[in-house]
Ligand binder design. Structure first.
Ligand SMILES: *Cc1c(COP(=O)(O)O)cnc(C)c1O
Length: 391
């Protein structure tokens, strides 16, 4: 049966949730069914709960293995990882950094933490990530190279980096974005905080930029309670990342010496222990998340006017947060769908309010953002925990 009238759509959506999920469900919650308790207990039993301890390095080794990136440096959260990635990419106070307007606020905040100014980019509808063609046209129009470094003509600021983000786990068109960055000689940072277990043309996300950031917050695919990691294939940057995240301490037998202003960003062992156990179950979690996405895709297919967002052609995605896209004609019922589904116990959310619409970022430089505005107006995130695939 096809539903064409918006009024009929809401019961149809609730019906899909009842069939696919079997009962009330939150957006994304952690699932502990492996060695979590054993590893965390070991930290407490041995006293190794803080930033020194074997699980931190084991966690980093596991991240290298999973992502194929040469260096992984564990941090207290994903925002801290992004902050240090900015500094290591050469972002200086007063610079501008291109970031997607459609992102979680941490991407833009990390730019400000590095003393720089976010400069917002539009998205493309196939990936929900930065539109490389628009990025090139924008840089051609608004920037001019001084000594090989692009500067914003209007503000005079250096454009010091581009941060792309793999939205809800779906890889952006990395080859296209990286090509534009090379053309303008701007370093690329991947905000891969949502894309652990997602592949772009067969290669794990986080490999394509100079640096990348992961997050292990409680609502991500793998959690360490709180946590993050900096990824890089560059040996020197890998060393620097470890140094800066561990208060820039210089090794000495009996003195405490620091050679620059560093950060207390190292992940505690007790969090790494939890993260190790979670990573052991990553493959299974991704399989379940992909199965849940397939269940949703099938169930929503007959409902006209609602599209279940699926991975871009070049990607294998972790489907971190599942997404419904309403037809333009149905934008008016977005809030009604949100309130009625939540009232029925199915946790749904509008996507993040875009950065250029947040009070503290309204005056930042930006390109035209019609696709971000459009995605924001007609998108709904729906329950996505891997364990829901068992329902
Ligand atoms: C989760 C997330 C982060 C980092 O979050 P933390 O809570 O600091 O670990 C950064 N950017 C995006 C897009 C995210 O989704």
């Amino acid at each position: 049966m096809l539903y064409h009238m918006t009024a009929l759509k809401i019961p149809a959506v609730i019906n899909v949730f009842e069939n696919v999920l079997g009962g009330p469900a939150v957006l994304h919650e952690p699932h502990f069914s492996g060695n979590e308790w054993t590893y965390v207990k070991e930290c407490i039993d041995t006293g190794w709960v803080s930033t020194a301890g074997a699980y931190v390095e084991r966690f980093e080794d596991m991240l290298c293995h999973v992502t194929g990136v040469k260096h992984a440096i564990a941090t207290v959260n994903g925002t801290a990882a992004l902050h240090v990635a900015m500094i290591l990419a050469g972002v200086k106070p007063g610079d501008e950094v291109i970031v997607p307007s459609l992102t979680f606020v941490a991407t833009a905040n990390a730019v400000v933490m590095a003393g720089a100014i976010p400069h917002f980019a539009d998205a493309e509808i196939e990936t929900l990530g930065i539109d490389a063609t628009k990025l090139r046209a924008h840089l051609q129009a608004v920037s001019k190279s001084h000594d090989g470094i692009p500067h914003n003509i209007a503000t005079g600021c250096r454009i010091a980096a581009v941060v792309c983000m793999h939205t809800f786990g779906h890889p952006v068109d990395l080859d296209a974005v990286a090509k534009v960055c090379r053309e303008f000689d701007i370093p690329l940072i991947e905000d891969a905080t949502e894309s652990l277990g997602s592949y772009y043309k067969g290669r794990h996300t986080g490999n394509h930029g100079l640096l990348a950031a992961l997050s292990f917050n409680g609502n991500k695919t793998v959690t360490s309670g709180g946590g993050g990691a900096i990824l890089t294939n560059d040996d020197h940057l890998g060393k620097q990342a470890k140094h800066l995240t561990t208060t820039a301490r210089v090794s000495h037998d009996f003195e405490s010496i620091h050679d620059s202003v560093g950060f207390n960003y190292r992940l505690p062992n007790i969090n790494a222990a939890l993260g190790c156990a979670q990573l052991e179950a990553l493959t299974e979690a991704i399989e379940k998340k992909r199965r849940l996405a397939e269940m949703y895709r099938t169930a929503f297919a007959p409902i006209a006017g609602i599209k279940f967002f699926t991975e871009p052609v070049f990607a294998v995605s972790n489907y971190w947060l599942n997404l419904l896209l309403l037809d333009a004609a149905d934008v008016a019922v977005r809030d009604e769908i949100l309130s009625k589904t939540n009232a029925e116990g199915f946790m749904t959310r509008a996507v993040w309010r875009p950065m250029h619409l947040l009070d503290m970022y309204t005056s930042c430089p930006r390109m035209d953002l019609p696709v971000v505005d459009d995605i924001y107006a007609r998108s709904i995130n729906i329950p996505s925990s891997p364990q829901l695939a068992n329902a």
